[in-house]
Each structure stands twice: as structure tokens, then as C-alpha cells.
Design a protein around this ligand. Structure first.
Ligand SMILES: O=C(O)CCC(=O)C(=O)O
Length: 290
């Protein structure tokens, strides 16, 4: 559980790193299972419902960028989604009724793992209130060199920036004047978790180290946050993890931009951002020296 100082830090800064949430045994299981998925990806040559591949992926040298909906494909990931320690912390931040609205495992292989350009998750999935956050379970130690998460503290209290290019959603901040000099790395040991608010500006640089970086991300929402872009009653019920199902969403004055017109490339944030004409990383790259 978080202490009062940690909760206050999250509320003010919009993120927090918490060490030692998963046991060494739990981490080891996630590492092993993830290795099995990388092995399986040798049989795949195109993105599909499970695998998102790095450019240059081959059966001999698998370069897996993402496992999509991991909890749907292995019980170890499903246990992580429902981990009591994680849900206890999430409940402290968004309340006791918790739903999830997305999950993925992002892999950055040694020396080539792709960057994720600056974006706000909220630009992809605005809700009726902003009690939403993403938890990232560090399956490996996460450092600046292997492409840990970068955040801009306090940005969750600011506006939702433009994520459109040439009038179409492109999944990254395109607004002129965006300054990433204040970026902070969320460095963690394996078994720790990062938490970032859905409105937080965040991204990550390429992996320039000789160590891989695997981050298992779960998006949790307050049970009464209804997606502005809609969902079905069945999906709403099936994704509830704790608390009561409600058909009375809580509506608060939150800024909303719709991810429309839809991105030309779908399937993963990497694919959506492929069409970006100019990298959003400016000073953060220089500061990190990568
Ligand atoms: O894997 C990362 O470093 C960041 C991932 C992220 O922000 C996303 O997938 O939305």
C-alpha cells in the first residue's frame, strides 16, 4: 500500500514509482512466460491479434515489440492484472470500484527497442471523469539506458494537447511549442511498478543498452468512468475487477479531445505513430544522451 506522502506525490505530480510490489517468484514467472511468447513469435511474420513486431523481425532473430492483451493469452498475465497488491494501491488512487480498459506488454529488445513518442493516454480514450491510470510492471530493471518510461511531472493537470497531424489522429503530440525539457525518468527494479495518470504526458526513448526492457501495462479506471467513445454493456461488465457495476457514470468537468478522424494505421500505438512526420522528442533525448 502507499503511504500518505506517496498518495500526495501522485496527486500532485501525476505519477509514482513503487518498488517491490511483485515478489521475485512472480517476476521470474513473468520473465519465463514472456520468453515463451518471444519464442512463439518466431512463427509469425506479420502483426496479428497477439504480436506486434519490430521492423526487421525474423524467425532467426525475433524482435517482438508488443504482446497485445496479454492477460487474455496467459494465466500468469491474468494473475498480474488482478494482483491484490496492485489493486490495493490502485484503489487508494481511484476508489474501490475498478475496471480495466486496456492491457499490453511492451518489449524493448537490447540495442534496438523502439521509442514511444510523447502522448497522453487520455487522447486515445477520454472518459466521463479522469480517475484513470496506467500501471506498468517492470519485468526487467528499467533505466534511462534501456528505455524506461519518461514523464512530465504535473502535466496531468494541464490541457489535452493536439494529437492530430494533417487533420487526423496520429497518436502523438503534434502541438507546436511542446517542451520536454522537464522530462523525468521512472527508473525501477524488476518487480516494481510505475503508475501514471491517464492525462499525463509520457513516452520513452529507444533502448541503447545491452539489456532488454519489458513493461507489462494495465490501464485501470474508476468503475463509474464511462468511455466517451462508447462501449457495450457486456464489455463494461466483463472488465470490472472490483466493486459494483453501475449504469450511472460520474460526470466531471474534464477536457476532452476525441481521437478522430481515426488513425490511418491501427493495431498498436507504434503503428499509429509510424506516420508521424517529425519526432516529438527534443530536449529529453539530448538530456538523456541517447
Ligand atoms: O512502453 C513504454 O515505454 C510506453 C508505453 C506507452 O506509453 C503506451 O503503450 O501507451
Amino acid at each position: 500500500m502507499l503511504d500518505e506522502k506517496q498518495v500526495a506525490f501522485y496527486r500532485k505530480q501525476g505519477y509514482i514509482g513503487v518498488e517491490g510490489v511483485l515478489s521475485p517468484g512472480e517476476v521470474e514467472e513473468l520473465q519465463q512466460v514472456t520468453e515463451e511468447f518471444v519464442e512463439r513469435s518466431r512463427q509469425v511474420s506479420q502483426h496479428d491479434d497477439i504480436f506486434d513486431l519490430e521492423p526487421g523481425h525474423t524467425p532467426e532473430h525475433p524482435k517482438l515489440r508488443r504482446i497485445k492483451s496479454p492477460a487474455a493469452h496467459h494465466p500468469a498475465y491474468d494473475r498480474a492484472l488482478r494482483h491484490r497488491g496492485i489493486l490495493g494501491i490502485v484503489a487508494q488512487l481511484i476508489g474501490p470500484a475498478i475496471r480495466y480498459n486496456g492491457q499490453k506488454l511492451n518489449l524493448k529488445s537490447a540495442e534496438f527497442g523502439s521509442p514511444v513518442e510523447w502522448h497522453q493516454d487520455w487522447a486515445f480514450y477520454p472518459h466521463t471523469n479522469d480517475d484513470l491510470l496506467a500501471v506498468g510492471i517492470a519485468i526487467d530493471d528499467m533505466t534511462l539506458e534501456n528505455g524506461c518510461l519518461l514523464v512530465i511531472p504535473g502535466s496531468h493537470q494541464g490541457p489535452i494537447l493536439d494529437h492530430n497531424q494533417d487533420g487526423r489522429f496520429v497518436g502523438a503530440v503534434t502541438q507546436a511549442g511542446f517542451d520536454d525539457a522537464a522530462a523525468v525518468p521512472v527508473q525501477l527494479r524488476a518487480g516494481g511498478i510505475s503508475i501514471h495518470h491517464a492525462r499525463m504526458l509520457h513516452g520513452s526513448l529507444p533502448n541503447t543498452s545491452t539489456r532488454q526492457r519489458r513493461l507489462l501495462l494495465f490501464q485501470y479506471c474508476a468503475g463509474d468512468a464511462w468511455p466517451v467513445m462508447g462501449t457495450s454493456w457486456e464489455a463494461w461488465g466483463q472488465t470490472l475487477l472490483c466493486g459494483e457495476l453501475t449504469y450511472e457514470p460520474r460526470v466531471t468537468p474534464v477536457p476532452v479531445r476525441l481521437p478522430l478522424p481515426p488513425a490511418l494505421r491501427q493495431g498498436s500505438i507504434y503503428e499509429t505513430q509510424t506516420l508521424l512526420q517529425e519526432s516529438t522528442f527534443k530536449k529529453a533525448r539530448e538530456k538523456a544522451g541517447v
